[in-house]
Design a protein around this ligand. Structure first.
Ligand SMILES: [Ca+2]
Length: 217
């Protein structure tokens, strides 16, 4: 790469609207995966993509999402059952994990968000958070996403630059067989400029090339 090219890229990045620019490492919308099994369900977007699972033993379905046509839903929850999302943060810092989540009246309403780099040892990022019942406003498509049901958590820097990241939304409650809980628009993002901070320009170019080579997590 010539010096002129590097300077040009640096100028373009410096002029980018970085205040709100986000880079998506993985995003699950369930618009293509249309879940009817426990998974894996491939991410529809992101630099790395990844896999989603519903480890509940219940019936999996794809009812309407939060302003989108599809979601990932399960009934028949026991305490300890979970939704899981696997991806990577290699080369990136300043992670945020976000998702929409709701439930029917008899679905589980109390969850932990847990994180792991190996699938064995988990830390709790968000403890005992409440999930709202789907009513007034409910989810619809087309429709404006219901902000009440959107969650976002900053991920500690110790999880930057990891080849494997596993997020779990873990139910803390048993729920009757008929009760469901669903998620939509699940994403791991970073501020766009943070790719430069940790990778340098050479690494950034390599990471962008990797967008076309989705790993299987
Ligand atoms: Ca969706």
């Amino acid at each position: 790469m010539s010096t002129k090219t590097i300077v040009t890229i640096a100028v373009l990045l410096a002029g980018a609207p970085v205040a709100c620019a986000q880079l998506t490492l993985a995003e699950w919308t369930f618009e293509t995966s249309l879940p009817t099994t426990s998974g894996p369900h491939a991410a529809e977007g992101g630099v790395y993509g990844g896999s989603a699972f519903a480890v509940t033993g219940g019936t999996i379905s794809n009812p309407v999402g939060n302003g989108t046509p599809e979601s990932l839903s399960s009934n028949a929850w026991n305490a300890g059952d979970y939704f899981e999302f696997r991806t990577s943060s290699i080369g990136y810092a300043g992670l945020s994990f976000s998702w929409s989540q709701s439930r029917t009246p008899t679905g589980p309403g109390l969850f932990d968000l847990a994180i792991s780099t190996d699938g064995v040892n988990f830390a709790t990022l968000l403890s005992s958070y409440s999930v709202r019942v789907l009513s007034s406003p409910g989810w619809s498509s087309p429709g404006t996403p219901v902000a009440l049901d959107q969650f976002s958590v900053g991920v500690p820097s110790s999880y930057d630059n990891q080849s494997m990241l596993i997020f779990r939304l873990v139910s803390l409650q048993d729920a009757p067989v008929s009760g469901t809980n669903r998620v939509d628009t699940v994403a791991l993002t970073v501020p766009a400029q943070n790719a430069v901070a940790i990778l340098g320009l050479g690494g950034l170019m390599a990471a962008r090339r990797r967008r076309t080579v989705r790993s299987t997590f």
